[in-house]
Design a protein around this ligand. Structure first.
Ligand SMILES: [Zn+2]
Length: 394
């Protein structure tokens, strides 16, 4: 192993592989105390107790700190321009949130240059990286014309492999009097222009955005063009989104704030991940999603930032973990799993969100002895190094 690097003296290592755990945690995060990880190129080639680590030419001493898989943020909206500080300020002064605020960002995004939009994506990706995120999904949805949506996806694809076509974010203001014509555009000419640049298709299924029949038509059209479905579901009100997601085998139903017992049961029975976005509830001062209820029912839960300028302007997975533990009924182990392996499941990826032989060498070193500190020390910048595809980033 001449090119390999051993990361040694790890006080506690979250692997998310229960078969690797040393029994020090009863949960499924595969915790190893006094651990080492060996990386070679962009891959992990060995994981285990420090005392058993193979000899390597290069070593990095973790100094008795914790290592976790790099965060997998499976839901963000980074291709945007403009600012909605005034709207946030008004909301925190008593006004309520509705889907319509998106129009403000649409106008600013259309007016921006490619360079401005790309620089914005790079800026927030780096901000997320500094907070331990190594994989980040992002979406279109602030263009809402054929050219502007395709442009957003082309720009997103230069920054990440996980790109989502969200022409169906809201009905374009240009089609306010004829939503059916906008759905026809989203499923027709716009889809044709966008599909080559995206992996996923998404729809905001909500009062004021798209109803269940429209959402089904949009996701089905996307699937016919080779895109995989995911859905903004049950954020602001009860609705058909979650059950539609399970019916269409969407990778993820995102938000899941207002769920009936039947919705929870559908998620527990299906392969659709329930992705919770507590930054949105925080930033809109709304009711928290009930993670405890979903986990107890047997659903797979992911945590993500929903980073966007309107309803959740945070790129911080540690912040979301702290909220999930404090206010959504998750244990620290469950929250770290959901922010890593859960996000990977929401992107149908098995090569990330886990620390085991063969996985991509995406690791986050915390300036703390344990992952529990992410919730125990909220708001404190604990990330001290990040390896992405085996390369140190900070
Ligand atoms: Zn979103």
């Amino acid at each position: 192993m001449t090119t390999a690097t051993a990361i040694t003296n790890i006080a506690s290592l979250v692997t998310n592989d229960p078969s690797l755990g040393d029994g020090s945690s009863p949960s499924n995060i595969g915790l190893i105390q006094d651990a080492a990880v060996v990386i070679d190129g962009d891959r992990i080639v060995w994981v285990g107790e420090s005392s058993k680590a193979p000899a390597t030419d290069n070593a990095f001493d973790a100094g008795g700190r914790a290592v976790i898989p790099g965060f997998v943020d499976s839901h963000s909206h980074l291709v945007f321009a403009g600012d909605r500080t005034a709207e946030f300020n008004a909301r925190m002064s008593g006004q309520s949130y509705s889907a319509g605020g998106i129009r403000t960002t649409v106008a600013a995004t259309r007016a921006a240059t490619d360079e401005q939009l790309s620089a914005n994506v790079a800026k927030y990706l780096h901000e997320a990286l500094r907070q331990g995120t190594t994989t980040l999904e992002t979406k279109s949805g602030y263009g809402l014309t054929v050219e502007d949506e395709a442009r957003a996806l082309r720009i997103a694809a230069t920054h990440t492999d996980e790109v989502t076509y969200l022409g169906a974010h809201i009905v374009s203001p240009d089609f306010a009097d004829d939503p059916a014509a906008y759905v026809a555009l989203v499923t027709g000419e716009m889809l044709d222009a966008c599909a080559p640049h995206a992996r996923w298709i998404d729809v905001f299924c909500e009062k004021g955005a798209f109803d269940g029949d429209q959402a089904r038509a949009i996701l089905t059209a996307g699937r016919a063009k080779g895109l995989l479905p995911r859905i903004h579901a049950n954020q602001l009100s009860y609705g058909p989104g979650v059950q539609l997601a399970v019916e269409l085998d969407a990778a993820s139903a995102d938000h899941c704030t207002h769920l009936t017992d039947a919705d929870v049961e559908a998620l527990a029975q299906g392969d659709t991940v329930a992705t919770l976005l507590p930054g949105a509830e925080f930033s809109t001062r709304a009711e928290w999603p009930d993670a405890r209820r979903l986990i107890d029912a047997g659903a797979t839960v992911a945590l993500s930032t929903d980073c966007n300028p309107g309803s959740s302007f945070t790129s911080s997975m540690p912040f979301c973990i702290a909220l999930a533990v404090r206010d959504m009924g998750m244990t620290p182990d469950e929250a770290i799993w959901s922010a890593t392996a859960g996000g990977a499941a929401a992107l149908r990826r098995s090569d990330i969100g886990v620390v085991r032989e063969g996985a991509r060498a995406d690791l986050t070193l915390l300036d703390a002895p344990s992952h529990v500190h992410l919730a125990y020390r909220p708001g404190v910048p604990l990330v001290s190094q990040v390896w992405r595809s085996g390369r140190p980033q900070l």
